[in-house]
Design a protein around this ligand. Structure first.
Ligand code: 5GP
Length: 235
């Protein structure tokens, strides 16, 4: 499958058309940003790691009944996916309080949450990806209520699968952000990626952070953390 016209370049990936209107190629990059693009850098090897980890996790989720956009790996940093239109929503699940929720609300970093907290954010850099509810999303025509319901139900299932999956690998899944898209035939599927860029992973025994917070917070050992996570997932 050949890459044709570039459709989109985001902070961490490029998306290309192919000769098949139902398939895109995603190329993962080493570029890293944080704080709505204020901090920029490179994490050497990140594109390869995130491409491979996403492939493994999406395949596992498919086997457990979650529809995803993933078709196949094409190279170290490219994968073939179903063509989708992405809902402009960041869908976040928190199992333990960390990151932005500790700034917005009186939660302590590391505080276990009795039940997962579900959040929709409007994916729009001009507004700083604000937290919104279903009424904002439908009023802005980001998705219909039926679509939001389907996305919420799939996300709760994905969280249960991922929590158990990572726990087996000695990782506490603190929180994550996922995105959904709609295929040309109208199916809602999990899209984008699941990687240390989009999840918080804490080692169960040491509490060590094995994710992008090492970059966001200048903790060092970034490449090593990403490599450790790929090793835990791909063996
Ligand atoms: P927070 O809202 O605490 O910054 O992020 C919650 C979770 O969602 C974290 O795992 C974080 O990595 C992920 N997340 C939230 N927003 C973004 C984003 O714009 N880009 C990426 N890559 N991940 C995000």
């Amino acid at each position: 499958m050949q890459k044709l016209e570039q459709l989109y370049e985001g902070k961490a990936k490029k998306v290309f058309k192919t000769e098949d209107p139902d398939q895109f190629i995603i190329e993962y990059k080493d570029d890293a940003t944080a704080g709505n693009g204020e901090k920029k850098g490179t994490i050497v090897g990140k594109g390869v790691i995130n491409n491979k980890m996403t492939a493994t996790i999406f395949k596992m989720l498919e086997e457990k009944g979650i529809p995803t956009h993933f078709i196949e790996l094409l190279s170290d940093n490219e994968q073939l996916v179903k063509a989708v239109t992405i809902f402009p929503l960041e869908v976040i699940i928190r199992n333990t309080a960390a990151g932005s929720i500790c700034k917005r609300l009186p939660f302590e970093e590391g505080q276990a949450l009795e039940a997962p907290i579900f959040e929709f954010c409007y994916k729009n850099d001009d507004y700083g990806d604000p937290v919104i509810n279903d009424n904002h999303a439908t009023a802005l025509k980001l998705a219909t209520q039926e679509e939001l319901d389907a996305i919420r139900e799939m996300t709760m299932k994905i969280n249960e699968i991922l929590k158990a999956y990572f726990l087996e690998k000695g990782i506490n899944l603190i929180d994550f952000k996922i995105e959904f898209g709609k295929t040309n035939d109208g199916q809602i599927v999990l899209a984008d990626e699941i990687s240390p860029d989009t999840c918080r992973f804490w080692d169960v025994n040491t509490g060590e952070k094995l994710d992008k917070d090492r970059f966001r917070r200048d903790l060092g050992g970034i490449e090593e953390a990403y490599e450790e996570m790929l090793k835990r997932v791909n063996g």
